[in-house]
Write a protein of this length. Structure first.
Length: 122
């Protein structure tokens, strides 16, 4: 049986490969991979989605939304903070988190739309 998802012969377009490799060297793809890696955890994805629904949530709100302890929510929020996906501010004894910018919201919205399209085409 022939494998239909790979080329049957080895042949490549040298000009395309060189052009794209050149462009790839100009970009910080590693940071992009780290961003998606941070969102690859279901709880962190839930947190990002939750922050798309409301401008700002405190750690206690987030813990209750994702059904975790405050410690677990804080751990996930620190990861998102280190990756530049969220920002925080302290108000008295409370810490409030929000998305760092609208690009993160756009990523979540696009990913959800893509997922709905996939499910609709099955």
């Amino acid at each position: 049986m022939i494998n239909k998802d790979t080329c049957e012969i080895y042949c490549y377009d040298e000009e395309k490969v060189n052009r794209i490799q050149g462009e790839l060297q100009k970009e910080d793809i590693s940071s992009v991979a780290q961003l998606f890696k941070a969102l690859a955890d279901e709880n962190r994805a839930k947190i990002a989605y939750s922050l798309c629904q409301d401008d700002e949530l405190c750690v206690c709100d987030i813990a209750n939304i994702i059904g975790s302890t405050i410690a677990t929510a804080s751990h996930h929020l620190r990861t998102l903070l280190k990756q530049g996906l969220v920002k925080h501010r302290k108000e008295g004894k409370l810490v409030f988190y929000s998305l760092d910018d609208d690009h993160i919201k756009q990523l979540i919205v696009i990913a959800l739309a893509h997922n709905k399209e996939l499910k609709a085409n099955v």
